[in-house]
Design a binder for this molecule. Sequence first.
Ligand SMILES: Cc1cc2nc3c(=O)[nH]c(=O)nc-3n(C[C@H](O)[C@H](O)[C@H](O)COP(=O)(O)O)c2cc1C
Length: 350
Amino acid sequence: MKIGSVDLASPFVVAPMAGMTDTAFRRLVKRHGGCGLVITEMVSSEGLVRGIDRTLEYAEYTEEERPVSIQIFGGDPEKMADAAQIVEGMGADIVDVNMGCPVPKIAKHNAGCSLMREPEHAAAVIGAMAKAVRIPVTVKMRAGWNDRARNAPELARMVQDAGAAAVTIHGRTAEQSYTGVADWDLVARVAETLTIPVLGSGDCVEPQHVVDRMRSGVEGVLVGRGVLRNPWILAQAADLAAGRAPRVVTLQERGRFLLDYIELLVNERVNEADGFRHTAPARPPSDGAQPRAIGRERWVINKIRALTSWYSKGLDAGSHLRVHVNAADSLRELHEIIDEFFLRADVVHA
Ligand SMILES: Cc1cc2nc3c(=O)[nH]c(=O)nc-3n(C[C@H](O)[C@H](O)[C@H](O)COP(=O)(O)O)c2cc1C
């Protein structure tokens, strides 16, 4: 499938997840196969334009992840167009607009899902961005703001007319947040009426769900929480789609994934080759290329804790793993816990 001029080798996509889908995680998922596109965590358009260090980190990606979509949020057409130009300048393949975030901190700034409450304005944002850049501008929205305003079908058409190259629908309303179930009938209705590619998102936690949802008429499926539980889900879905049995992932491989993730996080920005990492311009000039040694171990521990809260779901004695990881205070301890839980064949999970 194609988004604008960008070819995706697979229709299965890593959904954007704030705090979770950093560049290291995306690289690892990509290495396991089946993944046609990765999308960054949402990045503030304001922060990009002002060159705020923290924001710029969220936008970073590496060559290995291509094709890459950088997701931005904001409600001001001019700033969103400026931010889109920065994203284009970073060499990203696609710029995606967040119209789905229900968190009040974002929504109150006329951004995220609150854009769905002002469809004309939302379309103006997309129009301004599409005029400002040559890369495809895409939109990720929800079914609507609440049950009385499920306006994704109308808004999707409006952003298509304004120049969007693809639309993703997460079939829940902002009011639902993550409760209830995603409405894939609504996703299918949008897919039927638009001429640009429509992708769907919501509740694909098994490889078979991903393959089944492709039958709703969408051109692609985004997988969020399912990837956090099982980073092989896209590869397994690709196996199923090709008529093969889904690959079996051993407990050892699951442990190896966590160790690889730790290693990538620890070595982020350390001795990297020129051109490996793509960063946005910082202001004032910062030492963006240098590793930040202080606090790095703590940062990595927190990242592993956050991932483990999802990764341990469905595992035998997963709660046991969570408790131990949450109590770990050093990388050495984390290594020991992972080693014991996943890598020692004689382990008893009780
Ligand atoms: C922890 C977390 C963070 C998320 N952050 C974002 C985000 O930054 N941008 C976005 O468009 N959606 C975000 N989402 C929504 C997901 O991309 C996805 O649409 C939603 O979780 C439904 O798909 P799933 O059932 O496969 O998880 C987030 C979801 C989760 C669970």
